[in-house]
Design a protein around this ligand. Sequence first.
Ligand SMILES: [Fe+2]
Ligand SMILES: [Fe+2]
Length: 474
Amino acid sequence: MISAEKIPNNVDLHMNKRLQRALEHWQPAYIQWWKDMGPQGFQHYHQVYVRTAISVDSAGWAHFEYVKLPEYRWGIFLADPVVNRTIGFGDFYGQPVWQEVPGEFRNQLRRLIVTQGDTEPASVEQQRWLGHRCPSLYDLRNLFQVNVEEGRHLWAMVYLLHSYFGRDGRDEAEDLLARQSGNRDKPRILDAFNEPIDTWLDFFMFTMFTDRDGKSQLLSLSESSLDPLSRTTRFMLTEEAHHMFVGETGITRIVKRTAELMRSEEIGFSGDVRKLGGIDLDMIQRHINLWFSLSLDLHGNEISTNAAAYFSNGLKGRAEEDKWSEHRVIEDIYKLEAVENGEVKKIDVPMRNAMNEVLRDWYVDDCLGGIGRWNKVLEDHGLSDRLKLPDRKFNRGIGQYADVHFTPDGSYLTKEEWARRKHEWLPTPADKIYLLSIMNTPIYEPGKFANYIAPPTRGVKGRPIDFEYVRTEM
Ligand SMILES: [Fe+2]
Ligand SMILES: [Fe+2]
């Protein structure tokens, strides 16, 4: 029997018998999935100091306590409704938003929700071995916090599927647990979610860059005319902010430690931080190049009739739609960089068809802030080295740049040059071997940190840095 105690919610779950039955049926499969595919080795004896969403009240939405991970209370929350909300963009601009799914857009909406939903459990699967290589208990706790919240985001999408898509929705909810990251027969839908995340450098890059694609997508879905989708994604963004915090500050702390080691007397100020178990700036840059380019791909083709249809029909808007002056976007033109015979030129595209690129612009801009903060750390340590985002044409697997090659500076490369030089810019097998070697011994002692990463500036929710964020209980 499901109660608000078991599934915290603000959707009056107890009043909706049909939905309750559907979720009762789905929940055991979810828990089984979590045990099989969630954090490996931390299910039975570990208590983790995590936050649980218990309301959408901005002052006190989260409750902090120790829980065993499989007993986390995954809940369903929609941000408060906006009174008299009207459609903010597209062909139906200005009309009242929808509380039900219009028949003609049912397939498109289902596809959007399933694609978003699929990424949530995928990331948990990708990260499931990281606990055995953690740099500290503080970081271990953050990993699990991100994992349980991605689980909750899956619940959020499953709630929509069960509530608004009938039988098809129930089937889709089951498939969300059946696909598996990296599985050859039943992979996750999007490529970046099929790559394993084996090292903490990759984890922080993922939460910095790939979770930020999540933010792009959630922002544009929160504009949706389908009000329950808008309200669900609006609340998810609250949690998403923490995931990007984990990524950005994780890299900040690695850069800080690297900078300290570079100036260390022990290595004669040589900068060869690997001698001290540090991560050199070139390796950090190669990982930025990889995860940024993979995450750019997640935004889809530059020119897309699907994206145009989503916008016209009011299903998916632009990020921060209210900052634009015109919301129907019938005549607007987007100046797109296009490649013809190795030459890059600007071409005019109707903006509706370029909505993926518009969202990508927002995303690139949002990433730049973090890069600036990392460089500030280098500057503060008196170093002249700088990290940067690669050109958006670099290492792309989707869209018009997929079959052409560019350096991180945006210069054109032949296929042969690319094959010969790509490891200058992308992580190498040797990088992975090195990273695994310095992460091989996990650190489970409160207040202690691996040598490649600086401690955070503060702990979680006012707790000290040496708090026992994960404890073992037999
Ligand atoms: Fe998420
Ligand atoms: Fe996330």
